[in-house]
Design a protein around this ligand. Sequence first.
Ligand code: GDP
Length: 297
Amino acid sequence: SVKVILDNPEDLKPRAPIVTVMGHVDHGKTSLLDYIRKENVIAGESGGITQHIGAYGVTLDNGQKMAFLDTPGHEAFTAMRARGAQVTDLAIIVIAADDSIMPQTKEAIAHAQAASVPIIFAINKIDKPGANPEKVKEGLAQMNLLVEDWGGKIQSHDISAKNGTGIKELLEKVVLEAEILELKANPDKMASGTVVEAYLDKGRGYVSTILVQAGTLKVGDYVLAGKNSGKVRAMQDERGKEVKTAGPSTPVSILGLDGAPQAGDKFNVFADEREAKQIAAKRMQLQREQTVRTQRH
Ligand code: GDP
């Protein structure tokens, strides 16, 4: 059994916000994530190019940190939520200024609201001749979503994900919004968190990108993630740099699991390797039984 031990308030330390980018197709989610990544994640010594590992950490000029889930679209967000994972602290919802509030914009807003995740609007593509950010804000006002320059409380910023206009300021607003949340976690315990993505790499075996949400993960720890388990053989950050430890709000890719867990699976570190293996085996067994049942019906 996984024991839930509540933290003493004095053990809780501030942690960086974890941010998701959502919005309608083609409004610029990928471009925004790529721009932030390119500007803030310097290419590591191993390879020169930064890898897509499903999440990355960013340090702003003023030293503020934040982590981005690098899987745009609310499919990832809802898939994770469906598995009970509450990973995101803040949602940036991208809306193209040369378009209007579209169905997937509304869905993204509804998803963030359902998860009680504060929204920051990024009104994108302001470099385009046909851009009309005020029209977008008017559309939001009609949905009872008043942004700051319309007298409301919701943060928004006009940006261009193409040439970078306004992105620094957008991230500063993320920091401000995050401060209100007073995000905290206890770094001094065995790590737990959520799987972001996992795949089989020809040379390295199963590579899983995980987001540490509490505690500190260390190389050599025994991890149970969904139906998979294993000892962490190595860890890398988003620059492909080897790291030995990863604290709260840190995404890392880990080597050593015996399979690929699913996005949204929780992970925990176990002091007792045998116990972790037993739980993993039981979960496998349950899944097999479930598969047999669905095949019969
Ligand atoms: P996503 O589907 O929301 O991830 O949108 P993408 O990031 O793939 O962008 C869709 C298209 O819009 C691509 O052709 C981008 O190059 C373009 N695009 C994205 N952001 C901007 C922007 O700020 N300005 C301009 N002019 N084009 C943009």
